[in-house]
Design a protein around this ligand. Structure first.
Ligand SMILES: Cc1ncc(COP(=O)(O)O)c(C=O)c1O
Length: 429
């Protein structure tokens, strides 16, 4: 017999603020009953949630462990040191042990800290174009990175839809950027980190890898590590790493001082110590054999999903996947990304529209759909469920204008989700 969501998480909140409690409770039910295929989302453990809901949120701790600007930091120092040491252990490669800063509030702020540490306003940054799989924070004109720095975007090749390393080198030599970035939010192949480093070395600038999406796969050893090639690595902690919503930065020891002082006092004030505690718990979880198995299953599910879609005549961008995500090009299905997102939403399947390389639609409409396996694999879904899921998505897309088809799929999704609850309440009985 299990406890209710209310008893477990919100005994006080449900009494004191029923309005907020109700919204949280409904969101809990939505997560439990919907199929989450947004590639950047996951379900963190109850241990991480407890750490984040702790009294550590009360504590100011500007500075670093042992060098704080506030008193009373002896216990938060313990927590932050544990987080840093676990991250080092997790991402060390051979003899190489990175320096770690766990204070970034998010992936975007981790990237901003690197820019603050290494660049001056107006400097050029070489990074993947957003519509070819890059990220907003790597030089998009609507983001600080594109307003304060000059983006030099590289693309994927038309033939293979994988990163065109010849173009990366040509642009590096011609434009002489101050920073080279390899990092992606919708790229399903393994980037050639070694080749990126050779190009960065040729023009004498640092290589930053933003591994926000793949960090859990790297931690588990099912994706090549950007180390020791990258000088600096940024990441989120809430995607494949399955931790709290946050970020962190790792670097070669020669960049340690610059990075630490860019994070604080350069960019941020007090670190979120309760979230750092959640990161410490997550790093420990990621060191386990169970997590390695999970990450292997994420990639197996993704590869299987790609093959099954191809059998149903869907075009998978780049022809497949090596990680936790894939992008479908829906052009031959006479469906836009926006239409697909809307009809899947009606069927309780959450996914997001995505531009495809050499996109012809507007970024608001798009021709693509990005699908990820990290979240549903956490629920314990495996290859048989992937087959079911691909069938359900196909059915919803084919019946996109038929309410009865969509409500039928919604029922099947609810049944599937009920077999794999997001949290195992029995663990608490
Ligand atoms: C590659 C990459 N970098 C940075 C970020 C930003 O992370 P956050 O949303 O935590 O700021 C994302 C988020 O999707 C991402 O995919």
């Amino acid at each position: 017999m299990g406890y209710s969501h209310e008893e477990l998480f919100s005994k006080h909140l449900s009494q004191k603020d029923p309005e907020v409690f109700q919204a949280i409770h409904k969101e809990f039910n939505r997560q439990d009953k919907h199929l989450e295929m947004i590639a950047s989302e996951n379900y963190t453990s109850l241990a991480v949630i407890e750490a984040m809901g702790s009294v550590l949120t009360n504590k100011y701790a500007e500075g670093l462990p042992g060098k704080r600007y506030y008193g009373g930091c002896e216990y938060v120092d313990v927590v932050e040191n544990i987080a840093r040491e676990r991250a080092k252990k997790l991402f060390a490669v051979g003899d190489f042990v990175p320096h770690v800063n766990v204070q970034s509030h998010s992936g975007a702020q981790a990237n901003q800290a690197v820019f603050l540490a290494l660049l001056n306003p107006g400097d050029k940054i070489l990074a993947c174009s957003l519509s070819h799989g890059g990220h907003l924070t790597h030089g998009s004109p609507v983001n600080l990175s594109g307003k304060w720095f000059k983006p030099v975007p590289y693309e994927v090749s038309k033939e293979t839809e994988t990163i065109d390393m010849n173009q990366v080198r040509e642009l590096a030599l011609k434009e002489r950027p101050k920073l080279v970035i390899a990092g992606y939010s919708a790229y399903s192949r393994v980037p050639d980190f070694k080749a990126f480093r050779e190009i960065a070395d040729e023009i004498g600038v640092p290589l930053m890898v933003d591994m926000a999406h793949i960090s859990g796969l790297v931690a588990a050893g099912v994706h090549p590590s950007p180390f020791p090639h990258a000088h600096i690595v940024t990441s989120t902690t809430h995607k494949t790493l399955r931790g709290p919503r946050s970020g962190f930065i790792m670097c070669h020891p020669d960049f340690a001082k610059k990075i630490d002082s860019a994070v604080f006092p350069g960019l941020q004030g007090g670190p979120l110590m309760h979230v750092i505690a959640g990161k410490a718990v997550m790093f420990q979880e990621a060191l386990t054999a169970d997590f390695k198995e999970y990450a292997q299953a994420v990639v197996e599910n993704s590869k299987s999903m790609s093959n099954l879609f191809k059998k149903l005549d869907y075009r998978v961008v780049s022809g497949g996947t090596d990680n936790h995500l894939l992008v479908l090009d829906l052009t031959n299905k006479s469906t836009t990304g926006k239409e697909a997102e809307t009809c899947l939403d009606a069927a309780a399947i959450n996914a997001n529209r995505n531009t495809i390389p050499f996109e012809t639609q507007s970024p608001f409409v798009t021709s693509g759909l990005r699908l990820g396996t990290a979240a549903f694999t956490t629920r314990g879904m495996g290859l048989p469920e992937v087959e079911e899921i691909v069938g359900l998505i196909d059915k919803a897309l084919l019946g996109k204008k038929d309410e009865s088809v969509l409500s039928g799929v919604r029922k099947e999704v609810a049944e599937l989700c009920s077999r794999f609850p997001i949290y195992d309440w029995k663990a608490f009985s």
